[in-house]
Write a protein that binds this ligand. Structure first.
Ligand SMILES: C[S@@+](CC[C@H](N)C(=O)[O-])C[C@H]1O[C@@H](n2cnc3c(N)ncnc32)[C@H](O)[C@@H]1O
Length: 454
């Protein structure tokens, strides 16, 4: 092996090892040696954290079993995959390789000319909208350059660094320079390949079966362009990886104005409601201090308010979202439906201010659509059903989105249309249900979609 030179991100030539002859891209199994106790440092998790995780005395019996099984059952192979005209360098368990399709499905098409890559102030490169974008649009589609199992036992005689280097060396020459120019969030701490993986990889979903094997350890993908999306604690895009097409898609989750930066979240925002928690996680995982709009609010009071709002959003359970409407129904509509509407409007407003779209967001939209259908308010029914439909299409639930569109066109076909009047008629004819006949919310909601009296 000799050392070659590549132009780095500062425009300087940096040494990078290249081979005299073309590197092989044939399958190569990692040998399994006896000592299977060490796990690889996990990209996206510091080595220290991982060591603590493996040694942690409080680790449950199942977790310890999983780590041991990982070491024993691991059967990793370097395997280059052809996805259309793109070649992907992977390190996968052989069970996963067997589950991959021979011919991948065609990925969806991205909105044309919707994004551009340019300087994003002190965050380096970022991605920006070139036009006004509506919710649910597909903004970017990309096949990964590298895919690796997230965590693996170091029982092959190779160090983690050597494994990552081999993965990079199997990347086609035309792609490699762009990969090597990706951001290094841990300068000087790791070898270049490991640093780039740790700083830029995104979680991807491989086809897996439920085995207590290394195949169940999760996977990471490295993308030349998708890695350039910066983080925000109030993101406007999400990413999804479809193993059928082996492609990642980036979707808008709210309307975006021309010139706005497109931002995804690097962390699970639903489990980290406070600014302090989010910043700690981003510092330990990604080694930067978040400069997003929610983390740089101008005063301590504004930050406290934002934390409280987020805690409320994160603590709301799907079941409690349905409760006010159920109470209204069980009380034969005597209770003012405006209170139900106000409850949902306040929750949706909190989510708008915080730029969060948890699972409960869709439920609030649905409840608002039901309320406005119940009082036959066509305009507002269309608004909220339209928003719920946007969420369904952003989640690729096309059947639900189509059905919602039909109700937007013909609101009176919606099962709850005129429900308030029907309940009043029912109450007058003394056939009323009282709160003492409390059923489970599932049954009541099913009942809500039946015409009253049927
Ligand atoms: C995956 S890269 C994103 C693309 C990167 N800006 C580039 O130039 O390639 C992650 C890095 O971007 C920067 N970054 C992303 N989001 C940020 C944020 N909210 N606040 C501060 N820096 C951020 C940090 O330097 C971080 O290490």
């Amino acid at each position: 092996m000799r050392r070659g030179f590549l132009l780095n991100r500062d425009g300087l030539y940096a040494p990078y090892p290249t081979r005299n002859k073309k590197p092989t891209r044939d399958n190569r199994w990692l040998p399994v040696l006896d000592d299977a106790r060490n796990l690889s440092p996990q990209p996206g998790c510091t080595t220290r954290e991982l060591r603590m995780w493996a040694r942690c005395p409080e680790l449950s019996y199942e977790q310890k079993q999983k780590i041991r099984a990982l070491g024993r059952s691991q059967n990793l192979v370097f395997h280059n995959i052809k996805v259309g005209s793109v070649e992907v360098s992977t390190l996968l368990d052989s069970t996963v390789v067997k589950l991959l399709r021979l011919h991948f499905a065609a990925p969806p098409t991205a909105l044309s000319d919707a994004i551009e890559f340019r300087h994003a102030r002190d965050k380096g490169v970022g991605v920006f909208a070139r036009q006004n974008i509506s919710t649910g649009a597909i903004l970017h589609v990309e096949v990964p350059a590298v895919v690796t199992q997230t965590t693996f036992a170091l029982n092959s005689g190779m160090t983690a660094s050597e494994i990552y280097r081999e993965l990079f060396q199997r990347v086609p020459e035309k792609t490699l320079p762009a990969l090597l120019l990706l951001n290094d969030a841990h300068p000087g701490r790791y070898d270049v390949e490991e640093a780039i993986l740790r700083s830029n990889a995104l979680a991807v979903k491989m086809p897996t079966i439920c085995l207590p094997s290394s195949a169940a350890m999760g996977h990471l993908g490295l993308f030349v362009k998708a890695s350039r999306f910066n983080h925000s604690c109030s993101p406007n895009v999400i990413h999804r990886f479809d193993p059928e097409s082996f492609a990642l898609t980036i979707h808008s989750i709210r309307p975006i104005n021309e010139g706005e930066e497109l931002l995804r979240s690097y962390i699970d925002l639903n489990s980290l409601p406070t600014r302090e928690q989010r910043r700690l996680m981003l510092r330990s995982l990604c080694n930067f201090d978040c400069a997003c709009e929610r983390c740089t609010l101008p005063s301590a009071a504004a930050i406290r308010e934002s934390d409280l709002r987020r805690q409320k959003i994160c603590q709301t359970k799907i079941e409690t979202i349905e409760a006010p409407l159920i109470a209204w129904y069980l009380n034969n509509g005597r209770y003012d439906i405006q209170k139900v509407i106000d409850f949902h409007l306040a929750a949706v407003e909190d989510m708008r201010v915080e730029g969060l779209h948890p699972e409960t967001y869709f439920q609030h939209l649905r409840m608002l659509a039901i309320c406005f259908a119940a009082i036959e308010d066509t305009r507002r029914f269309r608004v909220w059903m339209g928003k719920a439909r946007d969420v369904a299409s952003a989640n690729s639930d096309l059947d639900a989105a189509r059905e919602m569109w039909e109700y937007i066109v013909e609101p009176d076909k919606y099962p709850e249309w005129g429900l308030a009047q029907r309940i009043r008629n029912r109450a007058c004819s003394s056939c009323f249900i009282t709160a003492t006949t409390v059923q489970t919310s599932a049954v009541i909601l099913k009942d809500l979609s039946q015409p009253v009296g049927s």
